[in-house]
Ligand binder design. Sequence first.
Ligand code: GTP
Ligand code: MG
Length: 683
Amino acid sequence: MPRKGRHKLYDEDDYDYYDDYKDDDEFDYAEHGQSRKEDDATSSAPQQNFLGGASKAGETALGEANLWRCSICTYDNPEDYLACDICGVIRHPSTRVDQLSTAVPFKFDGPSPDDKVLAGKQRNARSVPVEVSSPSILSKTSLSTMETKGGVNTSHSSKLKATLESKAPARSRKLGYDKEKKIESCHVIKPSQYEGESYLDDGMKHMSLDNNLQDNGIINHKIEQSSNKGLPLDNYKPEQWMLEDNENEKKLFHLVIVGHVDAGKSTLMGRILHLLGRISQKEMHKHRKEANEMGKGSFAYAWALDEGSEERARGVTMTVAMKHFETKKFKVVLLDAPGHKDFIPNMISGAAQADAAVLVVDASTGAFEAGFEGQGQVGGQTREHAQLVKSLGVNQLVVAVNKMDAVNYSKSRFNQIKGSLAPFLKQCGFKDTAILWVPVSGIEAQNLVTGPSETQLTSWYTGINLLDAIDTLEPPVRLTSKPLRLIVAEVFSKITLGPTAVSGKLESGAVKVGTKVLLMPSREIARVKSLEQDGESVSVGRAGDHLDVGLQGVDAGALMVGGVLCHPDYPVPIATLLELKVLTLGITVPLLRGTQVVLHAHHAKDPARIAELVSLLDLKTGAVIRQSPRCLTANQRAVIQVVPERGVCVEEYTNFRSLGRIILRDGGKTVAVGVISRIISQQ
Ligand code: GTP
Ligand code: MG
């Protein structure tokens, strides 16, 4: 999950053909006071850029920037990225692209980030047949696979080949492709107790995946542990410093903001940050002035989160922005996700860390309907985001019915939206009692951090404001007494942290400056040199914290997005064959044995192949109704086996929930969500 401000946005330079990404049919601009259309009409410069190809910023960057090409998915990453922004693979020296004319520009109407991963995968699938039944499948994807993975640009392939050959032993070791080691370490795990259990609860007829399962902690680690796999988790005893906790301190709370494109998420959050004093008057003045100059005056508050030049020029969030603010109860880590469908993979990255979500819907006439119903069977991103956050483990939701100013704070419009959305959210698995409905206006700052002042709203609304609604959410259980698991969301370098630093959420355990950590999947040991939280240096981090970690004793090649920092004696498995319990979404193309998908698990994205359709399950009871179905269609529950191409650092769901959830996507759409019921083989 690239963080804004630290890196350039990953696709900042490549939006040459972006002009028509906003479908005017989707929005009733007349309903928006100062709306996008007006903005664009008053701004000739950006519009010319949209129509004329690369924007000014894009042209400059294209002329100057150095890129490096990912050897897996062929995405051209900016020079300062250490890991591929699309598939997370580590940077290789030979993949630099000096001639930008060879770079394939990313564009909205072209392949999405998902497609990029798939493109690499499909080429691989042809060149490297993968044996599902063999535990040593990845031994076949050694050097020859890497050479061809992602269809590396021919002008660079010989250079890449030479470099890979010279570095082959080191690289195989890092990626865990060592044949002997893997055969020795692979084994089949017994079916878990989870088998046959229902994962739909009464109120969650279609989407819930976690009923009948115990708390969200590690329960019993069923994987047989051998010496190179570490010790059984039962042996783990946390040290005293790991458990110490200041009861009086506010708890960290990760809150993701989701919703259809243009629902007003960034504006709403920018406004809250401003009202809470997290954005100074001076900064706000600067945003207003610059936004006005670009003819994007109505986006001034959104600019507090949309920091990339391309995001600002286009008026759309592209990557997750992270900000901090405090409520009476929490230190909130705010994750402002993109709403546009092309950036769902980024949204998933943000949602994977969240303890709760604010689902923002646009109340203006036609806009709510566009976000909810969308086009075709699958609906808009209001639907998709709600399904995704639920499947990623978010159980608590605040629905912010935004832009109420555009409908004169109408009670009937609010109730109409609630009436349409509530049954769907229930179907997704959200309990009625876990959803709060709050009418707001980001632009007019109504009902955000204090009660509303607008009489049209106060005449019928007596509920709480958005900030107080956040304070009613339950803090998550923190796994402080379990071994260290920090999921890498970003690999970067920073002066205060050194050349090899990662950031991510500490899912369990604790970490201290000076301690050793195991980096998975590279299996390298590093020493923690420094720790930072929200830019401040800290000496210890505990479960639930979001940390920047400076590492010593490793090179950047050992780090990757989607990797996990572990306790050296308790490594996370690198799964190469998974059994999943999935629920298919509104798919139009059936899923078959052999279907290629992109597997998302926390921050990891891996091209994957459906190796087996094991059984079809009853939607309500979870009982097996058919063995080996020929295909899966929309809204079906099933057990399937999936082969991630490179292997992913995951856990079985019963052992560790946040590492045991998966999302399968294909062609830029989410096709299924589910949980890992078994790790059948691992490296
Ligand atoms: P993405 O991140 O790209 O999905 O968009 P977003 O949901 O963050 O929306 P953003 O904050 O960028 O706002 C989109 C447009 O809606 C801008 O023109 C805003 O000025 C407008 N907008 C946001 N909040 C309100 C509101 O409360 N009322 C009205 N009338 N317009 C709003
Ligand atoms: Mg936004």
